[in-house]
Design a protein around this ligand. Structure first.
Ligand code: 5AD
Ligand code: SF4
Length: 456
């Protein structure tokens, strides 16, 4: 939920935006809020109070699109009660489905693709009072990165887009089709944005891109992710820098050395392996082998002591045999990721893998998904236990949602840490007093997903 930003002049139309999918989508929602705010739109806390409901969507798996269609289905009755209500679908699924959305859901007014966000205010103006269908999915549309730094959910951390799109065309993936060709922002633009964020109290930034390791392609001079990190690290006020996502084929010693040397850059890599079988990696068009992935992890650990690796895996890719799957299990068991996102293969229309027969039956996909999840859980539990008794620096995020009266923060390696506020801090103001501060806690207990700490 996006709450109402401060300092708005109230316009007649109140907007509610619901975000699905990845961090890139969360940032696109922020950028949209920025462009709507500038044009005087205001924001509803609750969708029932909204004049405009926008769903910012994901297409990466079939299930994600189903979810949005089912939400749109349940919004039909709201639209019948209030015919003035404007309903819009934004982002990847809008780009992917286009006017098919109007055919299936005629009560939707707006279908706005991934490169059209900055035109949202005028598109909504066009629909307002007319109840018509507007389709805006121009592939040559330009992304406007001109964000209002104040439009953030949290004062002390922010996502910063350093590149858009993807040129990799992994055979299963729809992203290059819905987000377009890879494009890197200039160092100057990024540095300016991060300085503005720092001036606004931001302490932690996460650089975003589909493949941040190939950042700089197409820019003048020798610009790489490593050189960008070296420009960002000295900015006053920025204490922590993360970057996601890293493609193994573009990981370099130069990047890892920057991570190791720069005090602000955190010891964490999200580097999806996808599979441990070379046969499957080749069919996925990933352009590396399982041995290369292992070497990269080893190199990362030797250059950056204590670095944690997170991965994504797809199980049940076409033609995946028991032996291929066992290679994936072996890879995860050997490299011991801190966490993994594990997905069942979902065929996407238009991708190269659609040519292959989706021959792994659902039950097998489910089984393999379960086996890998259990293995990851075991590794995470064991790794977290190794943290007991250690003192770690955390950036406090606020009150724990699941644990009333306790606070939550993250380590530089992205562990979630729940801890009790110090006794001398007044209970009522404790969250606001500590949120956004860096403190040290000693880890006393843990599960697979959470560390529990005490302030020493
Ligand atoms: N089916 C299942 N998982 C997919 N991913 C991308 N495309 C698919 C697909 N068709 C996963 C990959 C990627 C993550 C964002 O989503 O693991 O890293
Ligand atoms: Fe998709 Fe591959 Fe690009 Fe990642 S690198 S967005 S998996 S095509």
């Amino acid at each position: 939920m996006i709450s109402k930003p401060k300092n708005l002049k109230d316009s007649s139309l109140k907007v509610y935006i619901k975000t699905f999918g990845c961090q890139m989508n969360k940032l696109d929602t922020e950028l949209s809020i920025g462009s709507l705010t500038k044009k005087g739109y205001s924001f509803a806390e609750d969708e029932n109070d909204a004049d405009v409901i926008l769903l910012n969507t994901c297409s990466v798996r079939d299930k994600a699109e189903h979810k949005v269609y089912s939400q749109l289905g349940s919004l039909r009755s709201q639209k019948e009660k209030n015919p003035e209500l404007i309903l819009g679908v934004l982002g990847c699924m809008a780009q992917n489905e286009g006017d098919k959305i109007f055919k299936r859901m005629p009560h939707v007014n707006l279908v706005c693709g991934t490169r059209m966000f900055s035109r949202l205010p005028e598109l909504l103006d066009e629909i307002s009072g007319s109840n018509k269908h507007v389709l805006a999915i121009d592939e040559d549309g330009e992304v406007n990165f001109d964000r209002m730094v104040t439009q953030r959910q949290n004062r002390y951390n922010a996502f910063v887009s350093i590149m858009r799109g993807c040129d990799n065309y992994c055979s299963y993936c729809i992203v290059p089709y819905v987000r377009g060709r890879e494009f890197s922002r200039t160092v100057t633009d990024i540095v300016d944005e991060v300085k503005k964020l720092a001036d606004d109290g931001c302490k932690e930034i996460t650089l975003l891109g589909q493949n941040v390791n190939s950042y700089g392609k197409g820019l003048d001079g020798k610009v790489t992710l490593a050189t960008l990190l070296r420009e960002l690290d000295p900015i006053d006020g920025i204490e922590r820098i993360h970057f996601i996502t890293s493609h193994p084929k573009d990981m370099t010693r130069e990047i890892l050395e920057a991570v190791g040397e720069l005090p602000g850059v955190c010891e964490y890599l999200h580097m999806p392996a996808q599979s441990g079988s070379d046969r499957i990696l080749e069919k996925m068009k990933r352009q590396y082998t399982s041995a290369h992935y292992r070497e990269l992890v080893e190199m990362a650990r030797s250059i950056v002591p204590g670095i944690k690796i997170a991965s994504d895996f797809i199980v049940g890719f076409p033609g995946e045999t028991e032996e291929d799957f066992q290679d994936t299990v072996d890879l995860l068991r050997d490299v011991r990721c801190q966490s993994s996102f594990i997905f069942k293969y979902s065929p996407r229309t238009g991708t190269a893998a659609m040519e292959l027969v989706d021959d792994v039956i659902e039950e097998t996909k489910k089984n393999r998904n379960h086996i890998l999840l259990e293995l990851q859980k075991k590794i995470s539990t064991e790794e977290n236990m190794k943290m007991h008794g250690k003192s770690v620096e955390i950036l406090v995020e606020g009150e724990s949602k699941s644990d009333a009266g306790r606070l939550v923060g993250r380590t530089r390696q992205n562990h979630i840490v729940v801890f009790s506020p110090p006794l001398e801090v007044n209970q009522a103001g404790v969250s606001s007093a500590l949120s956004g501060t860096l403190i040290n806690v000693e880890i006393a207990d843990s599960t697979d997903l959470t560390l529990f700490g005490v302030i020493k």
